[in-house]
Each structure stands twice: as C-alpha cells, then as structure tokens.
Design a protein around this ligand. Structure first.
Ligand code: KIV
Ligand code: ZN
Length: 512
C-alpha cells in the first residue's frame, strides 16, 4: 500500500523570510491561487501577528482559496493565537500552527523558560487554538537540537491537548540525514499517542541537506513535509518542494508514497515565485534551474537523441517544461491569449485581460514569438504591481561610443507626472541616476544582474536589483525586450518594494 505524504507549503511565510523577498497582498494571493492549482495540501499563508500586512494577506487568502487548508502561524501566546484565528476563520479549512522552542539553548537564552514552563505554554496554546478549530499543529522549534525525550514529552502533551499535527523542525539546518531519520524514528516510537497525530518535519538548508534530511525523515515515518518553492527561505532557505516531490515520484521503489502535487505545474509556479520575489533561481538548481534539463556534452546530447533515458531520469514535460514552448505571435487575438493564459493557470478578470492584452500586443510587435515566460512577466508587471507608487511613463537614452550617455525619464509618482534628465557612465547608469534624482531615494544599489527570459537576440531581458536603505533590503525585478527599460523597471520595482517595507516595517523574520 502506498502512503500519502502531506505537502505543507510555507513559501508565503518562511519563504517570505528570505532577505528582501517581501510580497504584497496581491502578489501573495496570486501565488496562493497557483499553489492551490499545484495541489498543495496546506498553505501556510503567513504569520498574522507579525504585521498588519501579514494579517491582511492571510485574511484575503483565507477568503479566496477553498481547496487547501490555510495555516496561520502563531507563537504560544493567547494574543498571537487570537490574531491567527481572526485571520483564518473564513478559510474553508483553517489550521492554527503554534510553535515554541524546545532546545536547551533556545529555552535558556532566548525564552528564559524551564522545560516545564515550555510544555505548559505549548499545552495552553494548543487548547486555546482547539477552542477555535479542530485542526491544530504544534511545532517544537529547534527540534533537531532538542533533548529527544523532552521532544517526546512535549509532543505527547500537545497531542493530548488536541494537536492533530506535530512538527519537528531542523530550524538551523544542523541535522545530518541518518541522524535526523533516527531522531524522527525515535520520536515516532517513543511518543505514546503519536498514532493520534501526523508527524511532520520542517528543514532548513544551512548545510545543503534540507532535502536529504526531509527524505530521510519520510523513510523514518514523517508524513507531512514543510517545504517552499525554489527552496527559498530564512538564511540558506528551506527544503525545496520540487526536489522532495520529484524524488518521491522518480524513485517510487524507494519511496512508495504519493503526493497530491500536479508536477506539470511545478515549473510555472517556480517561475512565478521567482518573478514575485525577485529571487533568481540558480541555473544549476535541481528540477527548476535553467540547466536542469540542458545537456551540454556532445556524448550526452547524442545519447539523449537516441534515447532520453540515457541521461534523463525525469522527463522535462513532467515538471511542466515543454519542448515546444512557442505560444503566440502578433496575430494572436484576445481569445487565444485568454485561453492560453487559462491553460497556464491564470484565470484573469476582463479588466486584467485587457491590461495584459495591450502589453502583449506591444511586446509581440517587438518580438516575433511570445513564450510562456514572456506572458508570466507581463502578468507580474501588468497586474500585480498596479498599486505601485512609482511607475515608468517613458525612458529615452542616448548612448554609444562617441556620446556621453544621457537618459531622459518621465515617472508617475503617486499619479503625478515628473520628468528629469541625467548623465551616467553608461545608459543604465544614466537612467538610474535620473530615477534616483526624481524619486529622491536614499537607497543604495547593492546588486544588479541581467539574464534573458528566453533564447534568441529578441529575448526579453530580465533584470534583478537589490536595494538597501537603513538596514531594509528590497529586491526589484523587471523584464522588457529593451534591457535598459528592463533595468529601469527593476529599479522602480525595487523602490516600490522599499516603500512597502518602510510602511510595513515589522516582518515575520523580525518577530521570530
Ligand atoms: O524553522 C522553524 O523552526 C520554523 C518554525 C516556526 C516551524 O519556521
Ligand atoms: Zn523555518
């Protein structure tokens, strides 16, 4: 008999704790819709007590998403749990996820609490959560560095208090697969009432072992895994959803387990996460990296042409990478666009479609073939960023081997048009200088990177910037067939995110 592994996605909560990766409510909702289509069982939508922004996003997602459980994170305080419940109470399937640290080092230095106090606080929290919903998860933060018998004690007590899932996190990414599997097996065997709850794991990737630890935990009996798309998350990130799901699928003899994930949707969802957060997926990233299915060596190419199984352990199509990704051109109509977007998982309203169609026509005029990646970029920019403070009205640059690079820029700032001109070392530098003058930003450009969305010289350039101001970090992203315009869009997107972060200064990572 094959077992079911519950996929708990925390891209919107732990994933958002990646430095600079904050998402606004519209972006979170868009991603949650994609996660639902991907087949996620539990979406951890945020940490409602952390900030007003988090509360609002969790509430919106709870109202909209009907097919998945929606979890709200809470410390063990009554206020946190009340706040989490207020945010998720409209969900079709709400879950309160409460946590407290259980390692000696955390209890002594962070919490200043005894083991007895920690158990009492966890039990009180679970009972309070249980007064709102049957679906309660308890996490023992820093579980992998906790005393194993104490873990069994706190899990036994919280299950008795009503927890239906107990989660063992490797919060600091310290565990080694064999050791983690032993710990999971020990806790499963020595927690007397473990048969009344699902045992879950939540790993971080500080030693690059998050996926290995998660898989080892599954073999030892864990039946829920907490993961993020592209492995984004605090510090070195969390366990990557795509790596775990595809390991289970690719090695069924080793893992006789199922998930509800529609793996063909992995790649588009990964792209959306990258676009929304501005965090680029490294090219050699397993499953979703640009090179994950690219065969460079001649012998490999020859083998794959003769039989893909020579060098491919998974089919690219199985993760949503089609070999023929050419989709639309300048003669494609509104209807074709609408139905193709629907196939990609975007059910747009008439107004949204109108915006995207106008941008699509402009792009199709510049670029012969419009690919899925191009459409995703249009959607991200055309729909998700409508509440922006700064937007680009026009950009003219003059540059070349014998002229001093100059940029003339017109921006809309809170709906007011402003224009300016600046010089720079090159066309991008001059455009950035003009934008900096017009917006009066005090931010510093910490990183700038460019890549191509698709192949060919007419490909859209995708630019990512990392901005910093007084300790706040924001990422910005922009795409355009013109690389200088893409850069200006990325800079403005970063500035908009910076403004958002200034207004919503408390993020989950500051509270945790
Ligand atoms: O890493 C961790 O321990 C967490 C908990 C809140 C589950 O994210
Ligand atoms: Zn975590």
């Amino acid at each position: 008999m094959t077992d079911q592994v519950i996929i708990f996605d925390t891209t919107l909560r732990d994933g958002e704790q990646s430095p600079g990766a904050s998402m606004n409510t519209a972006e979170k909702l868009r991603l949650a819709i994609k996660l639902e289509k991907l087949g996620i069982d539990v979406i951890e939508a945020g940490f409602p007590a952390a900030s007003e922004g988090d509360f609002e996003a969790v509430s919106r997602i709870s109202e909209e998403i009907r097919g998945c459980e929606i979890a709200g994170l809470a410390r063990t305080s009554i206020e946190d749990i009340d706040r989490a419940w207020a945010a998720i109470s409209n969900a079709a399937k709400p879950r309160i996820h409460t946590f407290i640290a259980t390692s000696d080092i955390h209890m002594k230095y962070k919490l200043n609490m005894s083991r007895e106090d920690v158990i009492a606080s966890a039990v009180k929290a679970v009972k309070h959560a249980k007064s709102f919903t049957d679906n309660v998860e308890f996490s023992a933060e820093d579980g992998s560095r906790s005393d194993r018998d104490f873990l069994c004690d706190i899990f036994e007590a919280t299950i008795n208090a009503g927890a239906t899932t107990v989660n063992l996190p490797d919060t600091v990414g310290y565990a080694i697969p064999q050791e983690f599997a032993e710990l999971v097996g020990y806790v499963k065997k020595n927690t007397p009432n473990m048969n009344k709850a699902i045992l879950s794991v939540h790993c971080h990737n500080d030693l690059g072992l998050a996926t290995a630890n998660t898989l080892a935990a599954i073999t030892a009996g864990a039946r829920q895994v907490e993961v993020t798309l592209n492995g984004i998350g605090e510090r070195a990130g969390n366990t990557s959803l795509e790596e775990v799901v595809m390991s289970l699928k690719t090695r069924p003899n080793f893992f006789p387990m199922n998930t509800n994930i529609d793996t063909k949707r992995i790649h588009p969802t990964s792209r959306l996460v990258s676009m929304i957060t501005g965090i680029i997926v490294q090219p050699n990233k397993a499953i979703v990296g640009a090179n994950a299915f690219a065969h460079e060596a001649g012998i490999h190419q020859d083998g794959v042409l003769k039989n893909p199984m020579t060098y491919e352990i998974m089919q690219p199509e199985s993760v949503g990478l089609s070999s023929n990704k050419l989709v639309l051109g300048k003669h494609s109509g509104r209807h074709a666009l609408k139905s193709h977007l629907k196939e990609m998982g975007y059910d747009l309203s008439e107004d949204e479609l109108k915006t995207v169609f106008t941008q699509f026509k402009i792009l199709a005029d510049k670029k012969k073939h419009v690919h899925d990646e191009d459409l995703e970029a249009l959607i991200t920019e055309g729909i998700l960023q409508i509440t922006d403070i700064f937007s680009l009205e026009y950009l003219h640059v003059s540059s070349g081997t014998t002229v001093h690079p100059t940029a003339s820029v017109a921006l809309s700032i809170n709906g007011r048009s402003v224009k300016g001109t600046a010089y720079g070392n090159g066309p991008i530098d001059s455009a950035f200088n003009a934008i900096a003058d017009l917006t009066g930003t005090e931010s510093e450009l910490l990183r700038f990177s460019v890549s191509a969305l698709t192949g060919g010289t007419d490909a859209q350039g995708e630019v990512t910037v990392r901005l910093g101001e007084k300790g706040i970090i924001a990422l910005g992203r922009g795409a355009d067939a013109d690389i200088i315009t893409a850069s200006a869009k990325a800079y403005l997107n970063g500035l908009n995110r910076l403004e958002y972060l200034k207004k919503n200064p408390v993020t989950a990572s500051e509270v945790l």
